[in-house]
Design a protein around this ligand. Sequence first.
Ligand SMILES: NC(=O)c1ccc[n+]([C@@H]2O[C@H](COP(=O)([O-])OP(=O)(O)OC[C@H]3O[C@@H](n4cnc5c(N)ncnc54)[C@H](OP(=O)(O)O)[C@@H]3O)[C@@H](O)[C@H]2O)c1
Length: 331
Amino acid sequence: MFCCIWSLFGGLWSLFQVATVLVLLLTILCVAIIIRSDADILTILYERLGNKPESLAGKVVWVTGASAGIGEYLVYQLTQIGCKVIISARREEQLQKVKDACLASAKCQTKADDICILPLDVSQCDTHKDAVQTVIDKFGHIDILLNNAGRGMRGKWWEIDMKVDKDMWELNVLGTVSLTRNVLPHMMKRRQGHVAVISSTVGLVAPARCSAYSGAKHAVQGYFGNLRHEMFEYGIDVTLICPGPVHSEFQASQLTHDGNKVGRVTNPNRMSTERCAFLSLVAIANRMYESWVSTNPLLIIIYTSRYLPNLTEWFLTRRAVKIMVEREGDC
Ligand SMILES: NC(=O)c1ccc[n+]([C@@H]2O[C@H](COP(=O)([O-])OP(=O)(O)OC[C@H]3O[C@@H](n4cnc5c(N)ncnc54)[C@H](OP(=O)(O)O)[C@@H]3O)[C@@H](O)[C@H]2O)c1
């Protein structure tokens, strides 16, 4: 009897050892993948094995902030897969250049008439209703609203003018919410549609020296996360895309504490705009809830913040100001 129990215990112990080794190996594999990745594991898996952005061909996609940066590259890639696009931003002449560049590309699969320039200031909420009607009149419906327009800020919290706080929230949060509010009834009527928001990794963790921007992107995360749950029964998807540092006009056009532009690029170590746009479309094509699009070490910090929030906060509290000043300069 004793021998029997002893051998059963021995068997269980070996099983436990094998399981521990397997879990350890799996953890090491995951960490190795994360270190080598420029997006969260699911986005990378979808990139390899999931729906390709080409699956969006023929869709009517409205991209805000399409005159530069990530939005501009989203438009290039959407027109290369044959989407009909509405391109919006404040600078009409820049939008015209983006449209011309699309049509000049040998890869463009969208007709000139299906690239619609619609100048729009996202923070002017009272103009949104008419803008949406213009799009509905032209294309009949909107398949995907890609809320990309946004702006950042840099500065010491105690020096920031309240006007900068307001500007951050009016564009990044309220303008985005208002445009979505005007588009959603059309999607709800059709019981289909997709709202994507280019949020940020600063909407997941809160680094130093960008309080108003980080706060605004945290609000976007909460607001649109909630919207996703409420839109489920209408068959409408909501995707939050959180890029880390990306090459674009973003850094130079960030506001300083007194509302001026930073005016310079300080951290050249950024993901290419093209890659960020591509991974964003992978996330949309696979109807992901959330996608983190960032190189390391930021990606690891985001993972750690999810599973070990206090440890991450302990580290950021001691290091965040130093890291930001080293990477972005002392604004
Ligand atoms: N680049 C990064 O490192 C980074 C990282 C994380 C998240 N993001 C997010 O990615 C999005 C795109 O940024 P980006 O890097 O492409 O920056 P960008 O190169 O500065 O482009 C910003 C775009 O937004 C438009 N825009 C700004 N204010 C607007 C307004 N009031 N109404 C309408 N359009 C407006 C700009 O066009 P006009 O000036 O012509 O209006 C431009 O097309 C933003 O939401 C940003 O928060 C960027």
